[in-house]
Design a protein around this ligand. Structure first.
Ligand code: EPU
Length: 419
């Protein structure tokens, strides 16, 4: 278990190259199971979650090769059971259900449990599969979906907390090989859903409306191999923009899609940063006149839940009263108690963090609890007085490619220590 030690107070400047999106790469890799032919996926980030997905694909019978950021998958034959030992490591493993059901008309995957960001059911995924005509059985911790035939239908993916990103992906991946037309109502509109739809279209799928809340899919008999480059990771980019806002003179993120980051850049502007962008780059400089904010997480194009913890770290250092309300995962506040140990003044009021900006944070030993909470602690460590020691760094390695090296290039003093 590595730990990261940060000596805070260094001013960051320079540019950083953003990796391919984790949350796009995972379902796109799962989608390669939909064809016997070879698929080549580029700009796949080197992250532990991606390694788990590649292990699952190999377990299911696919030949998998990885050379730097390019992953080649050929699943000539597949078996349809993904066991607990592999699946338990990553919740996104659940997105092999859709492609296996689409191709083989059956799939058994160990049910993902809850995680520190909250209860994470898959009822909406299962509702979608049932709508396509699949039977769903839950037994001994596994979910099995099977159907002699899949038929297009109209399905709403609206749940009590809104729509579902991986659920939209899963139903779309099963429906591309169903007979007839499937309409997904209340679909997630995230750029990662659009990226998956673009890849599926390159494989021969017929999909319209990805990026809107109504996706229409006309099933085809089979799909073929395709090549695809994963979109830039908007959450990694947003995290580095906040690094610029919290500790930067001027920080530029390269190879980004600014249109995917509007809610984050709007929030940072409202908070007093100056942002400029052109041709796949965005630059941030803090103008010194920082303002508190009232923010609420929302499905895309709203402010992303995956940036909530990082924003709490920034707002902890902005004079005045801010509030951050979490509407997607109401319990996703594990970072709050750790930020408080660094001197932040945050009170939790249900699913709202009320933040009173403090003059400074102080370095402390802290514990990473999940991916984005860990990123928030790194951001706080950059500005804190003295040393911050972040334990359980494996959480951050699930979703940020070489975060320590990238921050060092910007001038941060960070050391990774093997324990
Ligand atoms: N939900 C249900 N039933 C379902 C599915 C979801 O009630 O069947 C609820 C969830 O409990 C939650 C809300 O719906 O309250 C949204 O969950 P969603 O299904 O959209 O989340 P996800 O698809 O499992 C993806 C990302 C998460 C990101 C969320 C929300 C991947 C691999 N994961 O998860 O990313 O927070 O969408 O945008 O794409 C991260 O990268 O750190 C991360 C957690």
């Amino acid at each position: 278990m590595d730990k990261i030690i940060i000596r805070g107070g260094q001013q960051l400047s320079g540019s950083v190259r953003i990796s391919g999106s984790k949350n796009s790469a995972l379902p796109i890799l799962a989608a390669t199971l939909l064809t016997k032919e070879c698929c080549v996926i580029q700009r796949v980030p080197d992250l532990s979650d991606v390694h788990y997905m590649l292990q699952i694909l190999a377990h299911l019978g696919a030949e998998v090769e990885r050379a730097s950021g390019t992953v080649t998958v050929q699943a000539e034959r597949v078996n349809t059971v993904a066991p607990y030992e592999i699946v338990r490591k990553m919740r996104a493993s659940v997105c092999v259900l859709g492609p296996l059901l689409g191709r083989e008309r059956e799939a058994t995957v160990s049910l993902p449990g809850g995680c520190v960001i909250g209860d994470r059911p898959i009822d909406l995924h299962l509702r979608g599969f049932a709508g396509l005509g699949a039977a769903v059985r839950v037994h001994a911790g596994n979910v099995k979906v099977f159907a002699p035939e899949l038929h297009g239908t109209s399905i709403s993916l609206k749940g009590k907390s809104g729509t579902t990103v991986l659920g939209t992906d899963n139903v779309m991946m099963a429906a591309v090989l169903a007979e007839g037309i499937t309409v997904i109502e209340d679909a997630a509109r995230e750029p990662e859903v659009v990226d998956l739809a673009n890849f599926l279209q390159k494989m021969g799928a017929k999909i319209e409306g990805a990026g809107t809340s109504r996706i229409v899919i006309e099933g085809v008999k089979e799909l073929h191999g395709a090549e695809h480059e994963v979109i830039p990771d908007r959450i990694e980019a947003g995290t580095f923009l906040i690094a610029g806002a919290i500790a930067g003179k001027a920080v530029t993120v390269n190879r980004v899609r600014a249109d995917h980051l509007t809610a984050v850049t709007d929030a940072l502007r409202d908070c007093g940063s100056i942002l400029n962008g052109s041709n796949g780059t965005l630059s941030i400089c803090a103008n010194g006149d920082r303002k508190p904010l009232d923010l609420k997480t929302q499905p895309y194009p709203g402010f992303p839940t995956d940036m909530q913890a990082q924003m709490c770290a920034l707002l902890s250092t902005v004079a005045g009263e801010s509030s951050v309300t979490e509407t997607i995962f109401p319990q996703r506040f594990m970072h709050v108690s750790e930020l408080k140990r660094m001197g932040a003044a945050i009170e939790l009021d249900g699913s709202t963090a009320r933040i009173r900006g403090v003059g400074g944070l102080s370095g402390a030993p802290v514990m990473a609890s999940d991916l984005r909470a860990s990123a928030a602690l790194v951001l706080a460590g950059l500005i804190a007085d003295g040393m911050t020691e972040i334990n359980r760094v494996y959480h951050i390695d699930r979703g940020y490619e070489m975060i320590d090296e990238k921050l060092i290039d910007l001038g941060a003093q960070i050391e990774r220590v093997k324990v």
